[in-house]
Design a protein around this ligand. Structure first.
Ligand code: AHR
Length: 635
C-alpha cells in the first residue's frame, strides 16, 4: 500500500531535467546520426591530427606541452599507416583484382579537402572502379531514393558509371555521368532508386580505360533524411533521440572539446557552411570526423525537436590525458572571442557578423541556444582563472545565457567569481549507482549553485541490472529537483561496429535503444512536476509458479535493505537467508539459489542475477517472503 500525502509536497522537478549529450565518439555522427553513407568521402583520413606531427618511426604524435597539472601526462602517439588515406576505398578491375591508384594533393579541390584519388586509366587498359564500402557496408533498401554527388577532374577521361552494388557486384541501381574532361574540377549529381535491397552494399564508380581521373568529395545520402533536410540526419536515429523528448542537447562533447592538442579541439567555425569546405578533424576517439553534423545542424536539430541548445567551448586547455597544454594571458582572448561568436551565430540578429552568417546558411531566425559550458572535465590547475574570464565576457554581452562550469564538486569552485551550474560526471559501477541513489539527499539543502549531471553511466556491461541501478539513481535525482536541474547520459550513440554498450545502438539498417534508453524514456515521459510525501507499507505476497522454473526477484528501491528472504513450499519453510546464515546485506536484493528435489538448497551464491532457481520441487505453490529493513531502521 502506498499512502500519498498531496498536501506535503517537496521539491519541484525541473522541466529542463532530461536532456541528451552528443559527442562524436563510437560513430555517433559519422556512420550514425549524420546520414552520409560514404566513408572517407574527401580522402582525408590520412591527414594528421592538427597540432601533431609524424615522427621518424611512423607515429603521429602530439608535441610535449607545458602541462596544466603536475600529474604525468599520457601524450598522444598512434601508428600512422600509409594506407590510411584509402580507408573504406579500394580500386579494382571487373574481376575484383586490385587496380593501381594514388592519394595525391597535386590538384587540391579546396584547402579543406586537399587530397584526391588519382587513377591513370589509360595505363590500366581495362575498366577501373573506385569502390567505397561506406561505414562497414551500406544498407540499401529496395524502392528507396539515394542522392549521389561527387567532384571529378578529368584529363581525357569521358565517362563514369556510378552504381550501388551488392557483395557479388550485382548492380542495385546505376547512373551514367558524362565527364567534362577539361582539367578542371566539376561537381556531378545523380539520383538512384534501388531495384533491390542489400545490407552490405557498396558504391562503385567505374571508368573506361582512357585518360586520367581525379576523384574527390564523393557523397551519398538517402533522400528521406530526418525532415527531408539536405546534409541531413538519419531518420531512424534522429527519431529515436527525439522520442526521448530531451529538454536540451549538448554539443560537441566531451573530450573532443578539449582536443588532443589545443589545435585539435573542435573549432565550431570549421563545422558550418558548405560541407565540402569543412576540413574535418582527426577525432581523439580514433577516427577522422567530417563535422558534417556541425554547429548549424546541431542547432537545427534542437529547434526541430523543441530542445534547448547547450554549446560547450574550449576553456583554453587541451585534454589532460593526451597533451595537457593550456593558454593564458592574451592567448586566451581568441578562444573567448570564439565562444562569443558561437553565441552570436546562434542568437545574434542578422545585422551582426555571425547572425548574418546564420541567415546565409538558411536560418535568419535565432536558434534556441540557452546554455554555454566552459570546457569539459578541466578539473585541475588553472581552469578557474580561465573560467572567470569567459564568465565575465559572456555575461556582459549575453546575460540571458546560462553558464555551466566544467568543475565538479571541488574546492576549486570557490575560486570562481560567480558560479551558476556545476557539472559532475559519474562513471561508476551499477552497485555504486544503487548504493548512492541518495547521494543528493545527503547534500545540504541549499547549495550555492545548481547541478548539471553532464555524464553518467553504469560501467561494465550495459544490461537490465545496470539500467535498474541507473534508474534508482535517477529517482534520487528527481527527489532533489531543487539541486539537480539537468542530467544527460553518456555516451549517447554507438555504431555496432564499435560495440553495443551505449544508450542507442545501430548499424546501417537498424537502430535500437538499450534497456537504459527505455528506462530513461519512461522517466522523461513521466517526469513528475513535484515530489510528494509517500509511505509504503509492505504486505505478504504469494507468488505461484510452476516447478522446474526460475523466479527472478528485483527491486529498484535502493533505500531498503532486505534482511531475510524466505521461501515456503507446500507450507514448509524451505529457505530463509537469515536462518541459513547467508551473509551480507541484501541491498538491493540479489542472490541465486538452487534447490534439490526435496526442497533443500544445493547451492547458494551471491550474484547480480536476482534469480531463484527451483529444481524439481514437488509442489507448484511457493510463497516468497521478503523481510525488508529500511535504512531508517524500520522493518
Ligand atoms: O563519454 C565519453 C567521455 O567520457 C567524454 O568525452 C568525457 O567527457 C568523459 O570523460
Amino acid at each position: 500500500r502506498i499512502d500519498i500525502n498531496l498536501k506535503k509536497t517537496g521539491d519541484k522537478v525541473p522541466a529542463t531535467l532530461y536532456g541528451v549529450f552528443f559527442e562524436e565518439i563510437s560513430g555517433a555522427g559519422d556512420g550514425g546520426l549524420y546520414a552520409e553513407m560514404v566513408r572517407n568521402r574527401g580522402f582525408e583520413e590520412g591527414t594528421l591530427p592538427t597540432g601533431c606531427t609524424l615522427d621518424a618511426d611512423g607515429f603521429a604524435a602530439a608535441p610535449t606541452a607545458r602541462c596544466y597539472s603536475n600529474d604525468s601526462i599520457n601524450n598522444f602517439k598512434v601508428r600512422w599507416g600509409a594506407d590510411r588515406g584509402m580507408t573504406a576505398w579500394r580500386t579494382q578491375y571487373a574481376d575484383g583484382s586490385q587496380a593501381s591508384s594514388q592519394i595525391t594533393d597535386e590538384y587540391p579541390l579546396n584547402s579543406a579537402t586537399p587530397h584526391s584519388l588519382r587513377i591513370d586509366l589509360s595505363r590500366a587498359h581495362r575498366d577501373v572502379s573506385a569502390v567505397n564500402t561506406g561505414y562497414w557496408g551500406m544498407a540499401i533498401e529496395k524502392g528507396k531514393t539515394y542522392r549521389l554527388s561527387l567532384y571529378l577532374r578529368g584529363e581525357g577521361a569521358r565517362r563514369c558509371t556510378a552504381s550501388l552494388v551488392d557483395a557479388a557486384g550485382k548492380s542495385l541501381a546505376s547512373a551514367q555521368i558524362n565527364i567534362d574532361s577539361d582539367g578542371e574540377w566539376h561537381k556531378y549529381d545523380a539520383t538512384f532508386v534501388a531495384d533491390d535491397s542489400c545490407d552490405k552494399a557498396s558504391l562503385s564508380l567505374s571508368f573506361p580505360p582512357e585518360g586520367t581521373i581525379w576523384l574527390d568529395f564523393v557523397s551519398l545520402f538517402p533522400a528521406d533524411t530526418y525532415r527531408n533536410r539536405p546534409n541531413g540526419l538519419r531518420r531512424d536515429i534522429a527519431t529515436t533521440i527525439e522520442e526521448l523528448k530531451p529538454a536540451f542537447i549538448r554539443w560537441p562533447g566531451g573530450c573532443i572539446v578539449e582536443g588532443l592538442t589545443l589545435d585539435n579541439r573542435v573549432n565550431w567555425k570549421e563545422t558550418i557552411g558548405d560541407p565540402v569546405k569543412r576540413p574535418g578533424e582527426y577525432d581523439l576517439w580514433g577516427y577522422r570526423s567530417t563535422y558534417g553534423f556541425g554547429y548549424h545542424e546541431f542547432l537545427q536539430f534542437c529547434e526541430d525537436i523543441g530542445a534547448d541548445g547547450m554549446f560547450v567551448c574550449n576553456a583554453g586547455m587541451s585534454c589532460l590525458f593526451r597533451n595537457g597544454d593550456y593558454v593564458d594571458g592574451d592567448d586566451l582572448e581568441p578562444l573567448i572571442q570564439d565562444a562569443l561568436d558561437a553565441i552570436e551565430y546562434a542568437i545574434g540578429d542578422t545585422s551582426t557578423r555571425w547572425g548574418a552568417e546564420r541567415a546565409r546558411n538558411g536560418h535568419p531566425e535565432p536558434f534556441p541556444l540557452r546554455y554555454v559550458e566552459v570546457g569539459n572535465e578541466n578539473v585541475f590547475g588553472r581552469y578557474a582563472v580561465n573560467y572567470n574570464r569567459f564568465h565575465k565576457a559572456i555575461k556582459e554581452r549575453y546575460p540571458q545565457i546560462e553558464l555551466i562550469t566544467a568543475l565538479m564538486f571541488s574546492k576549486d569552485v570557490e575560486k570562481l567569481d560567480e558560479v551558476e551550474i556545476i557539472d559532475p560526471h559519474y562513471y561508476e559501477t551499477a552497485d555504486w549507482f544503487y548504493n548512492n541513489a541518495d547521494v543528493y539527499d545527503k547534500l545540504p539543502s541549499r547549495l550555492p549553485y545548481k547541478v548539471y549531471i553532464g555524464e553518467y553511466a553504469a560501467t561494465g556491461r550495459n544490461n537490465l541490472y545496470s539500467s535498474l541501478a541507473e534508474a534508482a539513481f535517477l529517482t534520487g535525482v528527481e527527489r532533489n529537483g531543487d539541486k539537480v536541474q539537468l542530467v544527460s547520459y553518456a555516451p549517447l550513440l554507438q555504431n555496432a561496429h564499435y560495440g553495443k554498450g551505449h544508450l542507442i545502438v545501430y548499424d546501417g539498417k537498424q537502430t535500437y535503444g538499450r534497456s537504459n534508453y527505455h528506462l530513461l524514456k519512461a522517466f522523461a515521459e513521466n517526469r513528475p512536476d513535484v515530489n510528494v510525501n509517500t509511505v509504503i507499507r509492505g504486505e505478504d505476497t504469494a507468488v505461484p509458479f510452476a516447478p522446474h522454473g526460475f523466479i527472478g526477484l528485483g527491486t529498484a528501491n535502493a533505500s531498503a535493505e532486505f534482511r531475510d528472504i524466505r521461501i515456503e513450499s507446500g507450507g514448509k519453510l524451505v529457505y530463509s537467508s537469515e536462518r541459513d546464515g547467508i551473509d551480507g546485506r541484501w541491498s538491493p536484493l540479489r542472490g541465486k539459489w538452487e534447490f534439490g528435489a526435496d526442497g533443500t538448497i544445493i547451492q547458494t551464491e551471491a550474484s547480480h542475477e536476482s534469480i531463484i532457481k527451483l529444481n524439481d520441487l514437488t509442489t507448484g505453490d511457493c510463497t516468497i517472503r521478503l523481510k525488508a529493513k529500511k535504512t531508517d531502521g524500520r522493518e
